[in-house]
Design a protein around this ligand. Structure first.
Ligand SMILES: [Zn+2]
Ligand SMILES: [Zn+2]
Length: 449
């Protein structure tokens, strides 16, 4: 079998973040076997390289699923039930190519099981998508977070304000340094003789800016908080109702009845940085732990998406002929019930669970739409799912079943100008027809005359 993968460069395992590697295929070239020497006796034999799979199971692990050739992208799964796995931290210098899962690869039993296990933990998995929390995570176990016990609210406020001031001062200093560097550059153009003098002056200016030690980047707000507040560890942070969060305690909490593994109320405070933000995790042992109920309704659209069938054919080379049934048949309770089942079984995009649990008045807008892969050009019909709350809307990301890369929706007005995904010649579109779903139990679709 052949990977339909985007050609990307090889990188060391340690240079990837856990979320870049989770549920990804790793292509390991033959020349990397030397890095795997320690595991030689346990690794199945391969004449070429390995096809491996990275997944999060407390720590990030690598499973060796088969052989692969890094040049031709040919791969084959081992036909054994026993799969050999190692922690990713055991091979930080291993060079790998990351490949996204597609429908064919995802049929592998081991991959199925890993996906299922993560789906069973959909709520704790959802908070792994919050990048602002990454600096609070245990580097080995991403679900384990450093938290602070809320004791002295005034102290916390003070430190957060101090941090904001430091950030602002740092930004100003950087602007000054950039302006000085620009000045030096200008001087260089103007007069070669003045060059040295100007450069020196600029350097002095830059040095002066950085002399202020309070601007040192190394001062970290989390470290500052740790000096004055009790630090503790929590795991499996989960969104909860009413915009709250909750997590499990790692150890018994001193001076309270709370024990290891107990649920506690968590407060996240987001602190703005220059080009990102960090989230600080606070445990409030007194506060009530909120529920994690999900209630969604079907979105009442002001105008339903057109229920139309589009028949496309490649008249030039006769290598493509498909009919796409797009839109939705009124309420379409069949499709809505499928979506509800997917929510219950953890099969939605993890980030969507955050809003679904935390916000009120959540409704789901859905219809069948046509998508085109940005990488391989494959055309496919997928349900388009949008989560609507009074303040915001959020769409599920779509991935190509063939190569796993992102797909984009083809707007209805652009369907007539699509090219053949096989030979890339313009496609012919037949006159649009209206369809309706049959009342039978199956999913058959009928065309209106
Ligand atoms: Zn594709
Ligand atoms: Zn064609």
């Amino acid at each position: 079998m052949k990977l339909e993968a985007k050609r990307i460069k090889r990188h060391m395992v340690r240079t990837y973040e856990f979320w870049q590697m989770n549920l990804r295929i790793l292509v390991i070239a033959e020349d990397q076997k030397k890095v795997l020497e320690d595991f030689e006796d346990k690794l199945p034999a391969s004449d070429s390289g390995y096809l491996a799979f990275a997944y999060l199971d407390n720590e990030l692990r690598i499973a060796f699923l088969g052989t692969s050739d890094d040049e031709t992208d040919e791969y084959e799964f081992f036909d054994t039930k026993e799969i050999f796995t190692i922690p990713a931290s055991a091979v930080p210098t291993l060079l790998v190519r990351l490949v996204k899962l597609n429908a064919e690869l995802a049929e592998n039993a081991f991959i199925q099981q890993a996906i299922q296990e993560q789906a069973n933990k959909a709520l704790p998995m959802s908070t792994l998508t919050i990048r602002a929390l990454d600096s609070s995570r245990d580097p080995e176990i991403p679900t384990r977070l450093r938290a602070f016990r809320i004791e002295d609210e005034k102290k916390i406020q003070e430190l957060i304000e101090l941090d904001a001031m430091r950030q602002a001062a740092l930004e100003e200093a950087e602007e000054k340094a950039a302006a000085a560097a620009k000045k030096a550059k200008k001087a260089k153009k103007r007069n070669r003789e003045e060059l040295e003098e100007a450069a020196e002056a600029a350097e002095d200016e830059i040095e002066e800016v950085y002399e202020d030690e309070s601007l040192m980047l190394e001062i970290n707000i989390a470290d500052e908080l740790a000096k004055s507040l009790e630090t503790l560890w929590v795991y499996d942070l989960t969104p909860a109702n009413n915009g709250a969060w909750r997590a499990n305690l790692e150890a018994n909490l001193k001076g309270s009845k709370l024990k290891a593994n107990d649920l506690v109320h968590i407060e996240l405070r987001f602190v703005e940085r220059e080009d990102d933000e960090i989230a600080l995790v606070f445990v409030d042992p007194e506060a009530e732990v909120e529920d994690i109920k999900i209630e969604v309704s079907s979105h009442v659209a002001t105008r339903l998406p057109w229920r139309k069938a589009y028949e496309l054919e490649c008249l030039e080379n006769h290598d493509f002929h498909e009919t796409y049934y797009l839109g939705r048949n009124g309420e379409d309770s069949k499709l809505f019930n499928k979506i509800v089942a997917d929510i219950r079984h953890g099969r939605l995009d993890p980030a969507m669970y955050l809003d679904m649990v935390q916000k009120e008045d959540v409704s789901l807008d859905f219809s069948r739409e046509l998508y085109r892969c940005r990488h391989c050009g494959d055309l496919h019909v997928t349900r388009r799912l949008r989560l609507v709350t009074p303040e915001s809307t959020m769409s599920e990301p779509y991935y190509c079943p063939k190569c796993g890369e992102r797909s984009s929706q083809v707007k209805r007005v652009h369907i007539a100008s699509l090219n053949c995904p096989v030979c890339h010649r313009p496609l012919d579109m037949k006159p649009e027809k209206v369809w309706y779903a049959s009342d039978e139990e199956d999913d058959s679709i009928l065309l209106e005359e």
